[in-house]
Design a protein around this ligand. Structure first.
Ligand code: ASP
Ligand code: MG
Length: 433
């Protein structure tokens, strides 16, 4: 049975770092929220490049360079102070500054007091997740000032995760209860919570993986049985290729969950790969809409579409390595040893993006990694290994003759894998697509 003690049905809006990188961005967010009269859960990322900046604070801190860490943190503080100056006046400004000062002091205390720094991932989650706390405090107070009463939600109290630091998974049952409780009995119609963060059952902060706010928004939608989830982005919607890489892109109005999941896993950066599954499970539509032009419909991702995509979708994953492995002699066929080979890749967390095998040869395309050499060394004990760096993986979903010829018949292609709908190829990295 479903509890109805929180406003329902509600919609989920997610705003990424680019949408809130400036005071104008926050003002625009507020207008978008004001235009939606029903109950709304707003998920916000850290402002601009705050997460990257916090990562550099962490680097210095882990290297016991505390003065440098504090210095770098100072710049982050300044950026948020400037934001508050631009957005607030009078007592509202004092309130905002007091709340942020409190959060800044927490970070400074961590930097100043900690002794043991051996667990990088755990420290990462303790410090880097603050970016979302800063941004949501500012957004929540700003909405308040604009006459939009709202409840600030601490997602560390709502998303109960496992302790896979930096890549934590959300426990569905425990989080559903907590999140619903956090909203219960609200007189406000708007809730503002952080993307990217949660905490273990014991209360240790965790993060959900870089760019994980999309996943946060999807999980909020899932756990609250939302009517829809909208990701507001700095693009028109989903295009049939990353416009920074392809010059002839077109906008796609509708996509199925299946297409979207394939796109995200092949490396399309428009949505985080973990976003789709929870939404598909509950048939919640996902909209990707342009933040700077909220009148436009964007792309809808749902179970069934009434307009076929009609154009090939291209996804390019750069910085890849193609590794080929074969037995040193033919005393065994490779199949018998596949498990051992994959275990080596897994041990070093190398992400395998494509696999092709025969009786005596296995080729895999993996993300570049600083552990590559170790993987090769380990494999070379039993196998003959060759590898090519400086390659990229191109996926063309829904290819037609023209795109097939253009990409597959081109020079520099090293491996091709083809199914009825999709062709994937590994090729030498190219300057243009
Ligand atoms: N702020 C986090 C990041 O930049 C999460 C997100 O933006 O989705 O990775
Ligand atoms: Mg971000």
């Amino acid at each position: 049975m479903q509890t109805q003690s929180y406003p329902n049905p509600l919609r989920v809006y997610k705003f990424g770092g680019a949408s809130v990188r400036s005071a104008e961005g926050v003002e625009n967010l507020s207008r978008i929220v004001a235009a939606q009269p029903g109950p709304l859960f707003v998920v916000v990322s850290a402002m601009g490049k705050t997460t990257n900046a916090l990562e550099t604070v962490l680097e210095a801190f882990m290297g016991y360079r505390d003065a440098e860490a504090l210095n770098r943190f100072e710049a982050i503080e300044q950026m948020h102070r400037a934001m508050m100056e631009a957005l607030f006046t009078g007592t509202a400004r004092q309130t905002a500054e007091a709340r942020l000062d409190d959060l800044f002091a927490q970070v400074r205390r961590w930097i100043g007091s900690a002794t043991s720094r051996d667990d990088y991932d755990r420290w990462y989650d303790r410090l880097v997740g603050y970016g979302e706390l800063f941004s949501t405090v500012i957004v929540s107070l700003y909405l308040q000032e604009q006459g939009i009463p709202n409840r600030w939600i601490d997602m560390r109290q709502c998303f109960v995760t496992d302790s896979r630091y930096r890549e934590a998974n959300i426990n569905i049952d425990r989080s559903a209860e907590r999140l619903q409780q956090a909203l219960a009995g609200a007189s406000e119609r708007v809730f503002v919570g952080q993307g990217f963060i949660g905490a273990t059952a014991a209360g240790h902060p965790t993060t959900l993986g870089r760019e994980g706010s999309d996943y946060s928004a999807a999980m909020v939608g899932y756990l609250l049985d939302a009517e829809s989830v909208t990701i507001w982005k700095d693009v028109e919607g989903i295009l049939n290729g990353d416009p920074r890489l392809f010059d002839d892109t077109v906008y796609i109005p509708q996509l199925t969950y299946l297409d979207a999941i394939e796109l995200a896993y092949s490396g399309a950066q428009v949505i985080h790969p973990k976003t789709i599954k929870p939404l598909q499970n509950k048939h919640i539509p996902l909209y990707v809409r342009p933040f700077s032009d909220p009148g436009k419909p964007g792309t809808v991702i749902c179970g069934r579409i009434d307009r076929p995509v009609g154009v090939p979708i291209r996804i390019l994953k750069q910085r890849q390595v193609l590794v080929s492995v074969r037995p040193k002699d033919f005393s065994f066929v490779l199949e018998e040893r596949l498990g051992d080979i994959f275990a080596v890749f897994q041990q070093y967390h190398l992400k395998i993006n494509l696999i092709q095998s025969s009786a005596v040869n296995l080729s895999v395309c993996v993300d570049e990694s600083r552990y590559l050499e170790r993987v090769i060394d380990t494999l070379q004990v039993d196998f003959r290994v060759v590898y090519n760096q400086g390659v990229e993986l191109l996926t063309v979903r829904g290819y037609d003759e023209a795109s097939y010829d253009r990409y597959v018949e081109a020079p520099g292609v090293m491996l091709v894998q083809k199914t009825r709908r999709t062709v994937r190829l590994v090729r030498k990295a190219q300057m243009s697509c």
